[in-house]
Ligand binder design. Structure first.
Ligand SMILES: N[C@@H](CCC[C@H](N)C(=O)O)C(=O)O
Length: 274
């Protein structure tokens, strides 16, 4: 029996293990995802992208391929903006998709995508919906924020000081009445000239070097605070830069996507994790 194929990739240093599983045969348990993502006892990643045919999961989608995304702790999330770009890069590079414009199925719904000649990818991210306000506490310091849903939940706080100064090693507190399923927490500086700087503490992961849905939420929140719902901005995250456009009822995310390695998992190790 052949081993289990994997690839490693990242989008602005939000990194993923990809598991090609076209027919949906892999038994992807929480324990296996957590072990794969562990940077000491596994390959190390912020999340897992299982590459599976929508039909194999019985998912209704215009897209042939479904992004089955899992957070590093094994939890399931609706959507991953950086993950979609890496997923697209893999599908095109491997010849599984021959078009440059196509649709990916996700738990948040279908996401139309376009892969550009330089390997970067634009994703139509759907609406970024402002759902209210809430407060998060980082190392005893409260930050009020704007709650935004981009398929998954976010709370975006504008920081007065440089976001580089924040200590995001521990899970910041948040209001679990407002976010019963947990929340991704973004902290931004408004740089002017349609530019933001952002750091993020992701649900199910911890601090990451980028979060695509988070950058869309950040731009939507910044526009909302400026009294509008339409605009474009660059977002600098520790792992690089993306470009976000927000319109009423829709948004796009454009950024790089890289595949860096491929190999086979050890079958005995995998079997021992079940
Ligand atoms: N890194 C992702 C978001 C992944 C899901 C998130 N942690 C959640 O639980 O909602 C991105 O690039 O969007």
């Amino acid at each position: 029996m052949g081993g289990i194929e994997f690839l490693k990739g990242h989008g602005t240093q939000n990194d993923f293990v990809l598991l090609p599983d076209p027919d949906g045969r892999l038994e992807l348990t929480e324990a296996r995802v957590a072990a794969l993502c562990d940077r000491q006892r596994g390959l190390g990643a912020d999340g897992v992208l299982r590459v599976v045919r929508s039909a194999a999961l019985g998912v209704e989608s215009e897209g042939e391929w479904f992004m089955d995304y899992r957070n590093a702790d094994g939890s399931i999330a609706e959507m991953c903006g950086n993950g979609v770009r890496v997923f697209v890069r893999y599908l095109v590079d491997s010849g599984l998709v021959s078009e440059r414009d196509f649709v990916i199925g996700t738990r948040a719904g279908d996401r139309p995508v376009r892969m550009h000649a330089d390997g970067s990818v634009t994703v139509l991210m759907g609406p970024a919906t402002i759902t209210g306000t809430s407060v998060t506490v980082v190392a005893g310091r409260p930050f009020s924020g704007v709650a935004v849903n981009v398929g998954n939940p976010h709370l975006v706080s504008v920081a007065e000081d440089d976001v580089d100064e924040l200590d995001l090693r521990d899970q910041p507190d948040f209001d679990s009445d407002v976010f019963p399923e947990g929340v991704n927490l973004e902290f931004i500086n408004l740089l002017g000239d349609n530019a933001l700087k952002m750091r993020v503490h992701e649900r199910g992961v911890g601090e990451t070097r980028s979060c695509g849905t988070g950058t869309v939420a950040a731009v939507a929140a910044a526009l909302h605070l400026a009294g509008t719902d339409t605009g474009e901005a660059t977002v600098d995250i520790p792992g690089g830069r993306v470009v976000v456009e927000v319109r009423r009822g829709s948004s796009t995310l454009t950024g790089p996507a890289e595949i860096v390695a491929r190999g086979e998992l050890d079958e005995a190790w995998w079997a021992g994790l079940a």
